[in-house]
Design a protein around this ligand. Structure first.
Ligand code: PHE
Length: 369
């Protein structure tokens, strides 16, 4: 038999209740409450010990004392539960108070906000978006080209003056007499595309091109976007419409003024160069007004000799092509006075003229915003 408890030891039950409730109030956290529960209501706790003394009592005394102890047990349990829920709420409130995140605080910019998209890459994406919307797909060719594709098949024979004018970078001549070169324009992609597929063709080919030239408006590497459309009936009206639509979309204006000037390229006949009108107002460039003109592209109807060179029949198919200088339209759209810093990798220039990586150009969302 365990320790017997003399009820007189506690004076009366009221005193015990007062003592227990006082202890309960003093319990400051959930761990202290658990200790209290074990000490009062647990198997060997003080109230349980009282219950165990009942067996040794007279039946009458047992009944009334039993009821009193049960009442005490019930009130202490209730008080324990109430205190538990109070402390639980207080603990939650304390957590909520300390673990707050102020969503109105400015976000510290991460590394993805430090870098910038180069204006050329941005414009590349912009023009791809515009031409894709008109139904053009994107074609590619290598930077290192053959003389055949860069010149011969484009109706520029070795004797042609254009071949000397181009300031070409050549690789050393091989044993078989052939030599490769850095493509001087994106036009060889016309040849590659036509040799690989049959009309109808509707492609653009953005890419790097190279010429040995360096001053305020020329760098030895620059970018062009070639366009080529071939089918059985497309004509110069389509070419003109396409370029006008492109310029309006690219410069994000309702109206542009373009001048189609007769010119000469060996691979087109007739050939034209296109100038676009603009005004410089302070630092700002405005399209479609003013008295300044900038040449931005060459174009024309694909020469029959070029169609023949790729195995097409010029009696059955025809088409047009254009080549736009990407740096030209970039400096014009974004108001850059000098071409050379484009390739100087100066972070200050990039921070000023570059674009945030997540601002992907789209016709629906805005090209340059
Ligand atoms: N390839 C020409 C150049 O680099 C541009 C051009 C392309 C002209 C297509 C007409 C047609 O100057």
């Amino acid at each position: 038999m365990g320790k017997t408890i003399d009820t007189a030891e506690y004076g009366d039950l009221e005193a015990l209740e007062t003592a227990l409730l006082g202890e309960l109030d003093a319990a400051g956290d959930l761990a202290a409450l658990e200790d209290f529960r074990v000490g009062a209501l647990g198997k060997k706790g003080r109230i349980s010990a009282l219950m165990k003394t009942l067996g040794q009592m007279e039946p009458d005394a047992r009944k009334s004392f039993g009821q009193s102890v049960n009442g005490l047990k019930q009130r202490v349990s209730d008080a324990l539960e109430a205190r538990k829920s109070d402390l639980g709420e207080a603990a939650l409130a304390a957590r909520l108070a300390t673990e707050t995140a102020d969503v109105t605080l400015p976000v510290r910019p991460g590394p993805e906000m430090m870098g910038r998209i180069h204006p050329i890459s941005q414009v590349w994406d912009e023009l791809t978006e515009i031409f894709a919307d008109m139904g053009f797909s994107v074609a590619e060719g290598p930077d290192i080209e053959t003389e055949e594709k860069n010149f011969d098949k484009l109706n520029i024979p070795a004797s042609h003056p254009a071949r000397q004018e181009m300031d070409t970078f050549y690789f050393p001549t091989k044993e078989d007499g052939s030599r490769k070169l850095l493509r001087t324009h994106t036009s060889p992609v016309q040849i590659r595309t036509m040799e690989a597929q049959q009309p109808p063709i509707r492609i653009i080919a953005p890419g790097r091109v190279y010429r040995s030239d360096y001053d305020q408006t020329h760098t030895p590497m620059f970018h062009q976007v070639e366009g080529l459309v071939i089918d059985d009936s497309t004509h110069m009206g389509h070419l003109k419409w396409c370029l006008e639509e492109f310029c309006k979309a690219f410069f994000e204006v309702d109206k542009v003024k373009m001048k189609f000037r007769a010119s000469h390229f060996p691979f087109t006949e007739p050939s034209m160069e296109v100038d676009i009108q603009y005004a410089e107002v302070g630092n700002e460039v405005r399209m479609g007004e003013g008295d300044k003109w900038m040449e931005i592209l060459g174009c024309g109807m694909v020469h029959p000799n070029v169609l023949r060179a790729v195995g097409y029949d010029p009696e059955k198919v025809q088409g047009w092509a254009f080549g736009v200088g990407i740096e030209r339209i970039t400096t014009l759209k974004y108001g850059m006075p000098d071409l050379r810093p484009m390739f100087a990798s100066d972070m200050r220039w990039l921070k000023h003229y570059g674009f945030l990586p997540f601002d992907v150009p789209s016709l629906a969302g805005g090209l340059s915003s």
